[in-house]
Design a protein around this ligand. Structure first.
Ligand SMILES: [Zn+2]
Length: 278
């Protein structure tokens, strides 16, 4: 009995297991061994499809479901305002806060910005207090900028003021830095597209600018933005043509605010296609 168990559990036998195309009408199949050694077909939502033709209907259905209205993240309000928190931490005096409050109302800018302009606090103090308000750690970017640990489309980095910080492959964990505050819709979208757990951090505005500036100098990723409205069949057509052209092994789709973020992957090659919706 033990012998049979060990034979059926061996990788040699497992290699002959069948994987069938996920389109119900299709009968094509592969052995696990064949599947692992030769990249054939395309993976979408944890299912394998033998071809882009077979993927089309399922993909279109998912795209259609994602076009409905979505909730908008309301402006976060904290129990204690930023200025008072800075005073309570000893970074600011009450008199300085009063002066800054008058000026920021006059100028119609954020209180943090006014405090920096007046030189009452520095960026690190401001970010540390903001991070405490959001209940997440602050992150200091090193002086020598490391390459991006993982990929986020530049369009989204700009829109949500965020940067990719670290990727721990073993734990499938990503760290994302936000400059103004945590944008949960973007954090969730990154998790959906990468399949990793994303941990938010707060970073200073200077670090955000330094990171994005260095990124555009060093790394250029393929990214396409479609600003005019597309119907689900149109989007499916674009994605399948693009996927077949680059021979992508996997497609991931998610909604992020007024955009559909789709990612095509082939080994280390990544292409992001963003469609504006709603
Ligand atoms: Zn098929």
């Amino acid at each position: 009995m033990k012998l049979i168990e060990s034979i059926t559990a061996s990788s040699w036998v497992t290699g002959f297991k069948h994987i069938t195309c996920s389109r119900p009408e299709c009968t094509r199949w592969l052995t696990q061994r064949h599947f692992e050694t030769r990249k054939v077909g395309v993976k979408f939502e944890e299912k394998w499809f033998c071809s882009y033709r077979c993927l089309a209907r399922g993909l279109e259905r998912t795209l259609g479901k994602m076009l409905g209205p979505v909730g908008v993240q309301t402006k976060h309000s904290f129990r204690m305002p930023l200025g008072l928190t800075l005073v309570s931490r000893g970074y600011l005096t009450s008199d300085q806060l009063r002066e800054a409050n008058e000026l920021h109302r006059e100028r119609g800018q954020e209180i943090g910005e006014t405090l920096l302009d007046l030189g009452f606090v520095n960026e690190k103090q401001l970010t540390a207090v903001k991070a405490a308000q959001w209940g997440c750690p602050a992150y200091d970017l090193p002086a020598c900028m490391p390459p991006a640990a993982f990929r986020v489309p530049a369009t989204m980095m700009k829109r949500y003021l965020m940067v990719p910080l670290q990727y721990v492959e073993k734990q499938q964990k990503l760290s994302i830095g936000f400059c103004e505050g945590i944008e949960y819709v973007a954090l969730y979208a990154v998790e959906q597209i990468t399949g990793c757990k994303a941990q938010p951090y707060l970073i200073t505005a200077s670090d955000y600018q330094r990171f994005t500036a260095s990124l555009s100098e060093r790394e250029v990723f393929e990214e396409q933005v479609f600003d005019d409205p597309h119907t689900p069949p149109e989007m499916r057509h674009v994605l399948c043509s693009f996927g077949a052209q680059m021979d992508a092994e996997e497609i991931a789709v998610t909604r992020c605010g007024d955009q559909l973020w789709t990612r095509l992957t082939r080994g280390k090659e990544v292409a992001d296609l963003l469609f504006r919706v709603g």
